[in-house]
Design a protein around this ligand. Structure first.
Ligand code: PEP
Length: 251
């Protein structure tokens, strides 16, 4: 039985004051006990959020980490080793904004994935197709290729300690959500691809859906058999809305 997970990606939002307010709102939430809840603040606020959530069952993760596990000469980056020391347990790898705007390639993402795991930081690998790719009927090819990149480099067992987030690029921050069936179809294909290599890994890995999830559509999406929760962007910036999404995953 897979534990549902709801994770909030705060992206590049926040000031000390707004982060304090959001963290306090999260501290006051009544969260369902069976759901793993996580937040990904901007790196600058990770310490503040970890301190603010002390004693609360919310895991804190980073939105990015370096291609090498240890601290060293790599200007502007944060090493997995440093994130672990700060108290992070998870890291987003391959969010579409980083693939598209920063230009991160599968090769770079493979290095980040391995560096994170080398220090015990669990990667949340984000994969998904653009609208153009979906309209060209290439969704499963694109998502399959992004997944294969990790499998070919490290073997399918790498997913025994990772999470996968399927995030159609056309649904991120647009208000357009994949229908539960569209999302389920891709999630089933992802699990099928893993199962072809290792049935146990496939059965256990948490597959999250991301793309304009809100309290109003969360329950329907999370009710699908291969959707184990969500990666939430915009709606995670409001503690009450985020709490309602977490409760939807608990039902
Ligand atoms: C995201 O950034 O991962 C995301 C899913 O954003 P949103 O929920 O705002 O579409």
């Amino acid at each position: 039985m897979r534990r549902p997970m709801v994770a909030g990606n705060w992206k590049m939002h926040g000031t000390r004051a707004s982060v304090a307010e959001l963290t306090e709102g999260l501290s006051n939430l009544v969260l369902p006990s069976g759901v793993e809840v996580a937040v990904f603040p901007p790196a600058l606020f990770i310490n503040q959020v970890i301190d603010g959530l002390a004693g609360k069952e919310i895991t804190v993760g980073a939105q990015n980490s370096a291609v090498q596990p240890e601290q060293g000469a790599l200007t502007g980056e944060v090493a997995p080793e440093q994130l672990v020391e700060a108290g992070c347990k998870l890291v987003l790898i391959g969010h579409s904004e980083r693939r598209q705007i920063i230009g991160e390639t599968d090769e770079v993402l493979n290095r980040k994935f391995a560096a994170a795991q080398a220090k015990g930081l669990k990667p949340v690998l984000c994969i998904g197709e653009t609208l153009e790719e979906r309209e060209a009927g290439k969704t499963l090819e694109v998502v399959g290729r992004q997944l294969s990149s990790i499998i070919e480099a490290f073997g399918v067992k790498a997913f025994a300690s990772a999470v996968i987030a399927y995030e159609p690029v056309w649904a991120i921050g647009t208000g357009l959500t994949a229908t539960p069936q569209q999302a389920q179809d891709v999630h089933a294909a992802i699990r099928g691809q893993l199962a072809a290599e290792d049935a146990e890994v496939a059965a256990k890995v948490q597959l999250l859906y991301g793309g304009s999830v809100k309290a109003a559509n969360a329950a329907e999406l999370f009710g699908m058999p291969d959707i184990d929760g969500g990666l939430i962007g915009g709606a995670s910036l409001n503690a009450d809305e985020f709490g309602a999404i977490c409760r939807a995953a608990g039902n």
